[in-house]
Write a protein that binds this ligand. Structure first.
Ligand code: 4AD
Ligand code: MG
Length: 479
């Protein structure tokens, strides 16, 4: 018999129909005459209740129907007596597909900590929380592609192995097939990469931007959505060593157009989640409320769905770095030395505590900060007339801090070349990027949205390790 997914069963089941459902047992409750099984197959957050009469021949199998076991049930859809669900299934036939020994199965039907679930990442897809996150993550991936398709963008697969450092921050993972115990050396003692797989030094990419810019000069509107890798030793709740980034790049767009695109794109994604993932969002919202019950009221965050709607309904504040520095200098936490990093002068890099102060305390809505000092931003950004700032933009979100980083790009060959020389970036890595400024160069802009940062915001989760299936962080590459 063909399997019916629990989601479609709950949406369109007819009372009296005979169906086959398969999935994993969440809980089993036995009474004198019948057993109640809560079954989930991942298609929805909701379980279907299966009622098994102890008189049924198959009921002998019930001891094997424990949490985590995979079962197949054929039965009749009936209206439920219980208050938690509209329908349930009266089992006629029960088959245990895969047992899960209760003495060994780590996911018991009780609340587990997120830390514990991370240790069993291979099993956490079966927890309600991670199931909800997984469905929302898929939904957001789909919405990203849908948004760009609807707006005439082309998706470009940029390379994962590269020879250049797009952000110039030097936080790269090296890719090599050389024998680490027996490295070929040049006469001066340095490693001879001509013997390496690609005949040169290569790394995992930190960003697909440089390559996607080349596609933009020809296709006009492009984006890349791929894995990116950063060997920064930041053990925070917002950093991963391997994360996914969405990077659109648009010909003829200046910084204002870039801000408009970023704001419209983020709002589209959030609206998409509200329209398509409400069951999962409601669960996560309640989960968050439970978690925050102990906290004093002024420290609790805004209810999740309210928060998502709030972002949709408000225009993002657009503020220059110079204005932001003044606000921060005048702020209470700066004057009272409550910040870990005190803002003293123009030119200081902003930490997430400052970004969050601007968003959560001062403006109380998302903020787009623009026109940063050139010295704290990447080499490719459009240099301003003032000679000090670049046309950068960071989008700052409540609880997250920086969710997007982007800029208008320097399209002038001489200016870009000077900058590359000044910073000592090897020209043999950048010749092709510089070439784009020689042949049909145009004003253009783009940005990078950290996909897991978006997921943090949409799900309300507090730790980035809980919104990606298999997090990679310093000292951790399990699974
Ligand atoms: O600001 P970033 O470094 O910008 C770039 O890489 C540009 N090349 C993007 C572009 O203009 N095409 O990174 C962009 C975003 C950040 O705003 C943040 O959301 C996310 O990527 N991000 C991280 N997310 C998780 N873990 C990390 N270690 C991250 N580093 C950056
Ligand atoms: Mg950035």
């Amino acid at each position: 018999m063909k399997r019916t997914e629990i989601k479609s069963l709950l949406n369109e089941a007819t009372i009296g129909a005979e169906v086959n459902v398969r999935g994993w047992v969440r809980t089993k409750r036995a009474s004198k005459n019948v057993a109640f099984i809560a079954l989930n197959d991942g298609s929805t957050i909701h379980n279907i209740q299966i009622v098994v009469d102890n008189a049924l021949a198959d009921a002998k199998l019930l001891p094997k129907v424990s949490s985590g076991a995979a079962i197949s049930v054929i039965g009749e859809v009936v209206a439920s007596q219980g208050s938690n669900q509209q329908i349930e299934i009266t089992a006629k036939n029960l088959e245990v597909l895969g047992e899960a020994n209760p003495d060994e199965y780590p996911l018991q039907p009780k609340k587990h900590s997120l830390e514990f679930l991370r240790e069993i990442a291979h099993l956490r897809f079966r927890s309600t929380t991670f199931g909800a996150i997984t469905r929302i993550r898929h939904s957001m991936i789909f919405a990203v592609h849908q948004y760009f398709t609807q707006h005439g963008f082309y998706n470009i697969h940029t390379p994962i192995i590269t020879g250049s450092d797009a952000e110039g921050a030097g936080e790269m993972f090296q890719v090599s097939t050389l024998d680490l115990n027996n490295l070929p050396k040049k006469e001066d003692g340095s490693i001879d990469y001509s013997f390496d797989f690609f005949g040169k030094e290569t790394n995992l990419t930190v960003s697909g931007q440089l390559e996607v810019e080349t596609a933009m000069l020809g296709m006009s509107k492009v984006y890349t959505f791929g894995p990116t890798f950063r060997a920064e030793n930041s053990n925070t709740s917002r950093h991963l060593a391997e994360f996914w980034m969405i990077e659109p790049e648009v010909a003829f767009n200046d910084l204002i157009d870039n801000m408009d695109l970023a704001e419209d794109f983020l709002k589209y994604l959030i609206q998409y989640a509200l329209d398509n993932n409400m069951d999962d969002l409601l669960f996560l919202s309640n989960r968050l409320k439970e978690e925050e019950k102990g906290k004093p009221e002024n420290l609790r965050s805004m209810e999740l769905i309210e928060k998502l709607k709030f972002v949709l309904e408000n225009e993002f504040a657009r503020v220059t770095y110079t204005e932001a520095i003044q606000i921060l200098k005048d702020s209470k936490p700066n004057k009272k030395k409550k910040f870990n990093y005190i803002i003293e002068e123009w030119g200081a890099d902003l930490q997430s505590e400052h970004e969050r102060y601007l968003v959560e305390k001062h403006f109380q809505k998302p903020v787009i900060l623009i026109d940063y000092p050139a010295s704290i931003k990447a080499f490719y950004m459009k240099q301003s007339e003032d000679g000090k700032t670049v046309r950068a933009m960071d989008v700052l979100f409540p609880q997250i801090g920086e969710i997007i980083g982007g800029s208008q790009r320097e399209e002038n060959y001489d200016k870009l070349k000077n900058k590359i020389d000044q910073l000592g970036i090897p020209e043999e890595d950048m010749w092709w990027y510089l070439d784009t400024r020689k042949f049909g160069s145009v004003v253009h802009s783009g940005f990078g949205l950290g996909f897991e940062r978006l997921m943090l915001f949409v799900t309300g989760m507090g730790n980035i390790r809980d919104v990606i299936p298999f997090p990679r962080t310093p000292q951790n590459a399990e699974f």
